[in-house]
Design a protein. Structure first.
Length: 217
């Protein structure tokens, strides 16, 4: 194995969990949120394939294939985000370690920190954006997917929301260090809107899944 090619996204889940549990600052909550998002998208793909491959749901096969393909694309994007988030945080850490003995050094360090914080905010924001797309797929699958897999569709919705909210925490802590108040307000408005949409979709999807899985007398 070429160790240079090993990234957090290519680790087995056991190795990733050990890396996450270590004292190293990365991977952290932002990267872990992307991992949860991968599971959400993978579950959506599974439910879509189970539905589309069943003769009972033959009329839905084209749409289920489209959902499965979209979920696979989202899963790949989330896998990339695992490493993107780690790299973004590492750049922030490196910026804070820059020298600050002179006015010029302090100015350069401050600019580097601000730029790194923007990158460290954009990375988890992408997870939230893609989380909304995943939530929409999960909602559709709760309604139209194979009823025998509705619990999996409900889990996809829950995982997508958990990933988005985890990413949101990292966004909020990063924007605290930004000096551009207009940019901060823009991030906050965008985040609030995305989370509100995800919250509504998740609540409806989970309530429907819970009702469908209740044991009848």
């Amino acid at each position: 194995m070429e160790w240079a090619l090993v990234t957090h996204s290519t680790l087995g889940i056991d190795a990733y969990a050990r890396a996450l549990a270590s004292a190293a600052p990365t991977p952290g909550g932002d990267s872990a949120s992307a991992v949860v998002a991968v599971l959400a998208a993978a579950l959506a793909s599974m439910v879509a394939r189970l539905t589309g491959d069943s003769p009972k749901f033959a009329p839905l096969a084209p749409r289920m294939k489209a959902i499965a393909d979209e979920a696979a694309r989202l899963s790949d994007a989330f896998l990339s985000a695992i490493d993107t988030d780690v790299a973004a945080f590492d750049r922030v850490s490196a910026a804070y370690k820059l020298p600050k003995s002179t006015d010029a050094e302090r100015a350069a360090r401050s600019a580097a920190i601000q730029g790194a914080l923007v990158g460290a905010t954009d990375a988890p924001m992408r997870v939230v954006e893609l989380g909304l797309q995943t939530s929409r797929l999960a909602m559709e699958l709760v309604d139209a997917g194979n009823p025998n897999a509705i619990s999996d569709a409900g889990c996809a919705a829950l995982f997508a929301q958990a990933a988005a909210r985890g990413a949101a925490l990292n966004i909020r802590i990063n924007v605290k260090g930004l000096k551009d108040t207009a940019l901060v307000a823009s991030y906050q408005r965008k985040l609030d809107d995305l989370l509100a949409q995800i919250g509504i979709l998740t609540e409806v999807a989970v309530v429907k899944a819970e009702r469908a899985t209740e044991r009848t007398p």
